[in-house]
Write a protein that binds this ligand. Structure first.
Ligand code: ZN
Length: 447
């Protein structure tokens, strides 16, 4: 049993002082408020609940920064995707484990304690399944195990290269499945996750481009009660192609044809009409926002003010992992709205914006990943402490600490995942070994 004592903590009911958190077998047994530290308590200054990272493609961490060179024509999402395909073609299961471990260690260092791995790199480079169909899933699980991050594994079904069942391109062969093969993959992924504490396995139709309506209906039945994630309405061209195919916009089509509810996470949802925004909010689904990647890819700006006004839920994801930083995702989410609307404090619901963003994304992210959240009895002890000595935190307390963390680049001190301290002094405890293996892997892959 471990007891952590925090001078201040962000609890579900509000900020509290002198908080004693008793942890047994990785789970919070009790939270005492206004309690002095006992002799054996481990004392820290400020606690936040761990942040779920609801959307990651871990392998893309290895190509971070490689698509920032202008090509001969106009650069776009689609030219970025070409660079991604070239890199993806080289990655083996061992390479993936090394790259994902680096990405996950980095996530933990910024306060992410669970990752939703939207995993589509399944097969060998020639498109043939590995002898163990779930070999690449097992690599993701190994990286989660090594780093300690909680995993919601989201095997991706990817069968087509465009709306209406268009065939996949040659470079998409590593992603390809039919429904039978996918069912076997899912079985393998579940087996790989079986011994990983707190693991959740969901299912992810890649996008409306990549699945037919019949396949989407079948996928909904393959993981009863589990999270369903889908990329949607990220690109204007995708919206136009969907209209050409069906007469409807992607979000409109999905809300009309699938039972979208709290199990669903709609990733990006950038291009929506006012009506779609309202309907998505009412559905109970979580909008999976990835502001850094959406900015990097030039996707557009999610209508967050209207979505929140309609009662919508959201979480954040590091997606392409070009930059991994939980607070930065929230900062950019708010700043996108400010730049577009020429206003301030737009997502704070009347109080502290940093506090509201952290709480909102913790709750929405946990819902999207099929997990509980918050520093409360019964939940896994997934806790982030802030570095009280960082200049950004001087003379701040309570919600003002959250504002300083999100907007003024304060720093993380320690991170506990299921009660184990996996980050200390801002560094993952296995960072050196993970970084060495990552460097050797990348040098070989990019030689
Ligand atoms: Zn994505």
């Amino acid at each position: 049993m471990t007891v952590l004592h925090f001078a201040e903590a962000m609890l579900p009911e509000g900020w509290a002082r002198d908080v004693r958190v008793t942890v047994a077998d990785g789970v919070i047994a009790s939270v005492e408020i206004g309690a002095a530290a006992h002799g054996g308590d481990e004392r820290h200054a400020v606690a936040l609940p761990g942040m779920p990272n609801l959307h990651s493609h871990a392998f893309q961490r290895g190509m971070a920064g490689l698509a920032e060179v202008a090509g001969p024509g106009d650069d776009s999402f689609w030219t970025w995707r070409e660079v991604m395909y070239l890199f993806a073609a080289r990655v083996s299961p061992d390479d993936l484990a090394a790259i994902a471990a680096m990405a996950y260690a980095g996530m933990l260092e910024t306060g992410f304690t669970r990752v939703g791995e939207f995993h589509y790199l399944h097969h060998a480079p020639d498109g043939a399944p590995y002898a163990d169909r779930a070999a690449m899933s097992a690599a993701i699980v190994a990286a989660a195990e090594e780093t300690g991050i909680a995993l919601t594994h989201l095997p991706v079904f990817y069968a087509h290269g465009g709306f209406g069942g268009a065939p996949l391109g040659e470079r998409q062969a590593r992603f390809r499945h039919d429904l039978d093969g996918f069912a076997r993959l899912l079985e393998g992924a579940r087996a790989a996750c079986a011994t990983l504490p707190d693991a959740v396995v969901g299912v992810a139709p890649h996008s409306l481009r990549a699945v037919t309506p019949e396949e989407l209906a079948a996928l909904e039945l393959m993981a009863p009660g589990a999270p369903i994630h889908i990329h949607i309405a990220e690109q204007v061209r995708e919206v136009e192609d969907c209209r050409a195919w069906s007469g409807a916009r992607p979000m409109e089509w999905l809300l009309d044809h699938a039972a979208v509810d709290a199990r669903w996470c709609l990733v990006h949802a950038t291009h929506m009409t006012a009506d779609e925004t309202e309907r998505l909010a009412r559905s109970g689904a979580v909008a999976g926002l990835c502001p850094i990647t959406e900015a990097n890819l030039g996707d557009g700006i999610f209508p967050a003010v209207d979505f929140l006004a309609a009662g919508g839920r959201y979480g954040v994801g590091s997606d392409s992992n070009v930059l991994i930083d939980a607070a930065e995702e929230l900062r950019l989410l708010e700043y996108g709205q400010r730049l577009e609307r020429r206003g301030r404090n737009l997502l704070g619901r009347g109080g502290s914006t940093g506090d509201a963003l952290w709480r909102g994304a913790v709750a929405g992210g946990a819902r999207a990943l099929g997990a509980a959240s918050g520093i409360a009895a019964g939940n896994a002890a997934d806790i982030v402490s802030l570095d009280r000595d960082h200049p950004a935190f001087v003379a701040r307390e309570g919600a003002a600490l959250a504002d300083a963390f999100v907007f003024a680049r304060g720093a993380v001190d320690c991170v506990w995942r299921r009660g184990a301290k996996v980050v200390s002094g801002g560094r993952h405890v296995a960072r050196d070994a993970i970084a060495r293996r990552y460097a050797a892997t990348l040098r070989r892959l990019l030689a």
